[in-house]
Write a protein that binds this ligand. Structure first.
Ligand code: GLC
Length: 565
């Protein structure tokens, strides 16, 4: 192996980066608890499984973990249907297990962020069960959004609104009323105009903060508050309304009244608890969520929709750094999460087909998924190469990076899931059109063989194809050229570097090669093209390359190097 890489030098620290709050440039690793590690062998990952892997997380070098929901749930939407916000799902463990996990992570300096799902509860939540038994117009129904139906006998839904997973957004209950669910039928929307709902979430935030949780990821943060007139607009009318803060259901200005109250809760702790908004809103409105009076940080999902393309990446970086500056927050970078096709796979497929607005016309990778993975369009090796390059690019940027479990192994999306094994409501509610998100939620391979590749003692809750063994932690652990080794080295260097948050582009003379410098002189060069790029590295040394075979002085196609002054 010809590593064009010298040992990472000590790079001068920037005082302001050292003094900044921890989250501003944190590397946050998303754990999808059901699919991380299954200690009790029942096929579902559990909290004790996470605790059993803290050494792995420590060695990876992350600053925090974000846990997707682990609360009691019938798993109608992978746990985003929460039946009790202040407990652990018995299938995943106990509150005591949770406390052990937090202690074990904290001992290693890893912070803990938990997912809060405030737009909807599970239909099994005691409030919804109470609402079902209560009269129309009762206080119990007022915690949700119940309406009379339309048509002569009320047997038609209150409007033609479509849920995010397909099908009607309304469901009828036995006494004839209908309730709103923007997601699955099992996820009734809460009524955020109800003070009891508001008070209960404050209690939940305190409950977890008191248990030592450091921060919160806020699910569909842009949808909580609604302003529903007696006569509801049609879906077409709703879609045509401007998203200017007054839209009836999406991104309303008044949602920030909720977050101002939460902010007071966060700030009453020392250190203050943090939050990051999952808000799918127009770019111009992201700073409202990221402001220090609101949630403090917001996800930037632009890279999830981008191709492996220099001009797209540059535009996204420039725009999001400006947005972050305008809110006083730091930017976030995401290449994969539990809702999208893994980036190693996206980058190994032909570029997304785009609509007139420049956004992918349909979910990238969907066609290939529909073929069950037999479509020859996926070039695995190319996808992995590009994924490593993109990751190293992103980890060099100012702001915080959110990694999704398994990306550090270069894992691909799993297409080989039979219809009968699928779990995602998207699949059930859009028959044949959208296979949903199960393919990125398949349990991790820890070992190269065994019944569930070391995930647990028995079979995993989603099928793991044979090729997953090739990506096992066990296989990559001691291989200096592995993707896992690359992530470990990158995070170690990043932690040492601690650059201030600025970024300056350096022109490369090639439209497909991006280069930028951080205020401490640290530089990143990414070649998005197909031809090698001769590296002008006068005065600096290469500390890391995403291509272990890179020759000195060259940035090979689809690769990134880090340079230190
Ligand atoms: C968010 C979650 C997604 C979930 C949805 C409904 O988008 O990331 O997984 O299905 O909210 O809670």
């Amino acid at each position: 192996m010809s590593h064009a890489v010298s040992p990472a030098p000590e790079i001068r620290r920037t005082a302001s980066a050292e003094a900044a709050p921890w989250w501003r440039q944190a590397v946050v690793y998303q754990v999808y608890p059901r699919s991380f590690a299954d200690l009790d062998g029942n096929g579902l990952g559990d909290i004790a499984g996470i605790t059993s892997r803290v050494d792995y997380l420590d060695e990876l070098g992350i600053d925090a973990v974000w846990l997707s929901p682990f609360y009691p749930s019938a798993l109608a939407d992978g746990g985003y249907d929460v039946a009790d916000y202040r407990d652990v799902d018995p299938k995943l463990g106990t509150l005591e297990d949770f406390d052990h996990m937090v202690a074990a992570l904290h001992e290693r300096g890893i912070r803990v962020v938990v997912d809060i799902v405030p737009n909807h509860t599970s239909d099994l939540h005691e409030w919804f069960q109470e609402a079902l038994l209560a009269e129309p117009g009762s206080p119990a129904r007022d915690r949700y959004i119940f309406r009379e139906g339309t048509g002569p006998d009320g047997s038609l839904p209150p409007s033609d609104w479509v849920s995010a997973f397909g099908g009607s957004a309304w469901e009828r209950v036995p006494d004839g009323q209908w309730y709103l669910h923007h997601f699955a039928v099992e996820q009734p929307d809460l009524n955020w105009a109800n003070p009891e709902v508001r008070a209960d979430f404050v209690r939940t935030l305190r409950f977890w903060s008191d248990r030592g949780v450091d921060g919160f990821r806020i699910d569909v943060a842009h949808m909580l508050t609604k302003d529903l007139a007696d006569v509801l607009p049609t879906q077409a009318e709703l879609d045509a309304m401007p998203r200017d803060g007054q839209h009836p259901t999406i991104d309303r200005d008044d949602v920030h009244e909720v977050y101002a109250e939460w902010r007071a809760v966060f700030d009453s702790y020392d250190p203050p608890r943090t939050a990051v908004a999952e808000a799918w809103v127009d770019r111009s409105r992201v700073p409202l969520y990221a402001s220090s009076e609101s949630l403090g940080q917001a996800f930037n999902f632009d890279l999830l929709e981008a191709d492996f393309d220099a001009s797209q990446f540059r535009e996204i970086v420039t725009a999001n750094l400006e947005l972050a500056q305008s809110s006083g927050s730091s930017s976030t970078w995401v290449l994969s999460n539990h809702d999208v096709v893994r980036h190693a796979t996206r980058y190994g497929l032909p570029d997304a087909e785009r609509g007139a607005d420049g956004r992918p016309a349909r979910k990238h990778g969907q066609e290939w998924l529909l073929s069950g993975g037999t479509d020859p369009k996926l070039d695995r090796e190319r996808g992995e190469r590009r994924a490593r390059a993109a990751t190293l690019f992103v980890l060099g940027l100012p702001g915080s990076a959110y990694l999704y479990q398994g990306e550090e192994l270069g894992l691909h999306e799993v297409a080989e899931i039979e219809d009968g094994q699928r779990q995602d409501p998207t699949f059930f509610r859009s028959p044949g059109a959208d296979l949903g998100r199960d393919g990125c939620r398949v349990p991790l391979p820890w070992e190269a063989s065994g019944p569930s590749f070391g995930f647990g003692a028995g079979e995993a809750h989603l099928p793991q194809p044979a090729w997953m063994g090739e990506y096992a932690v066990e296989r990559q652990d001691d291989d200096p050229d592995s993707t896992l080794a690359l992530y470990r080295r990158a995070l170690a260097v990043r932690a040492r570097v601690q650059a201030d948050e600025g970024l300056e582009w350096i022109e490369t003379g090639r439209p497909d090669v991006l280069r930028f410098a951080r205020p401490n002189g640290w530089q990143v060069v990414t070649n998005f093209g197909d031809a090698p790029h001769a590296l002008d590295a006068a005065g600096s040394s290469v500390v890391l390359s995403s291509d272990p075979g890179a020759a000195p002085g060259v940035v090979p196609p689809a690769s990134t190097v880090w340079l230190a002054p």
